[in-house]
Design a protein around this ligand. Structure first.
Ligand code: NAP
Length: 325
């Protein structure tokens, strides 16, 4: 079978993504060669492709930030994984390929009972849900939480995990089908933000009190409303910008309720192999206990990734999407 990667030679639209034949790489010291069986699609891939996030390479970017597969061979000094192991990982780019080399200490073994597709869809999105509600802001039972884009990949995981923690999760989503889907994934209330003023509705749902924390990955279109949903001393967690980069925000916006604000990124929360493994163990335990269902909802051949990007950007997806090599 010829090996290939999906490459973009310069930032731009989905048409920039080209299929290119590659030679199978040889793992160097500390590396493993992984044959991908499923690759997760994420909004960060869109930010890289479009150039919203600066390219981490001079040219010829292979996007893709999470995947699962099987170790084919290892380089010198690798003891943690061995040929034949089922593994998964998240790193900022390079996953859109039939196979790749990767530092072995970025791999986690996938437990029996979790499929490759689920593992591929969980490494970035699930670890994000994990750190957001345990570390960025520690959600305690009884708290009330707002999640924007609740029917999205991260959104469906957050709703389930928040419910399992005993929090009341309120979500927003665009359109009745997405509202129903989010409601089936742990959200106690879901507001269609295409149809009504979500901030007014959230204030009404909380008896005028507001929520303890907002997890907002939509950005430009929602940040003002998100702040209006907070109770005094509440926390605004901006972790993405699906609608565009936030404009006009300033520290004085926090004065209205002595709010806190932060802009976290997964890769700062899994920077060491120890922290990566601990968070992944927590994630896989939540899946194993039944508290969290991964639920891949769209599948595309890797060679047709441009179509998958168009669907994600046009808000046509729900939950997770995987690319199949
Ligand atoms: N900081 C981190 O560590 C981190 C890690 C993972 C993901 N993220 C961020 O989390 C967000 C969710 O990622 P995901 O991969 O799971 O994507 P997703 O939520 O499945 O897809 C994005 C969703 O955002 C909503 N949206 C609102 N306005 C939009 C617009 N103008 N264009 C496109 N979508 C819009 C749409 O839902 P509705 O139709 O319901 O509005 C859409 O389905 C992204 O912003 C991503 O960058 C951040």
């Amino acid at each position: 079978m010829p090996e290939y990667a999906i490459v973009a030679t310069q930032p731009g639209g989905p048409d920039r993504l080209e299929k290119r034949a590659i030679a199978a790489p040889v793992p160097g010291p500390g590396e493993a060669l992984v044959r991908h069986t499923a690759i997760g699609l994420n909004f960060i891939d869109v930010y890289h492709r479009s150039g919203l996030y600066p390219w981490p390479v001079e040219r010829d970017l292979v996007p893709g930030s999470e995947a699962a597969g099987v170790v084919e061979s290892v380089g010198d000094g690798v003891a943690a994984v061995a040929p034949g192991d089922r593994v998964a990982y998240t790193i900022p780019f390079g996953a859109y390929a039939t196979l790749r080399t990767i530092a072995a200490d970025r791999l986690v073994k996938v437990p029996d009972g979790i499929s490759d597709e689920d593992a591929a869809s969980l490494m970035l999105k699930g670890l994000t849900a994990q750190y957001l509600i345990h570390s960025t802001f520690r959600v305690e039972p009884g708290m009330t939480v707002l999640v924007q884009a609740a029917a999205g990949g991260v959104g469906l995981l957050l709703g389930q995990w928040l419910a399992a923690r005993g929090a009341t999760a309120i979500g927003t989503a665009g359109g009745p089908e997405k509202v129903a889907l989010a409601a089936a994934h742990g959200y106690a209330h879901v507001v269609d933000y295409h149809a009504e003023d979500f901030a007014a509705r959230v204030r009404a749902l909380t008896g005028g009190q507001g929520v303890h924390v907002v997890y907002d990955s939509v950005g430009r279109d929602t940040w003002r409303g998100s702040l209006a949903c907070l109770r005094p001393r509440g926390t605004f967690v901006c972790f993405g910008q699906s609608s565009g980069v936030i404009e006009g925000f300033g520290v004085p916006d926090l004065a209205k309720g002595s709010f806190s604000a932060c802009r976290p990124s997964l890769f700062h929360y899994v920077a060491t192999p120890e922290e990566l493994r601990a968070r992944a163990a927590d994630l896989f335990a939540a899946v194993g206990s039944g508290a969290l269902r991964a639920g891949v909802r769209q599948r595309h051949p890797l060679g047709q990734v441009a179509e998958a990007h168009r669907d994600l950007e046009a808000r046509r997806t729900t939950g997770a999407t995987v690319l199949l090599p």
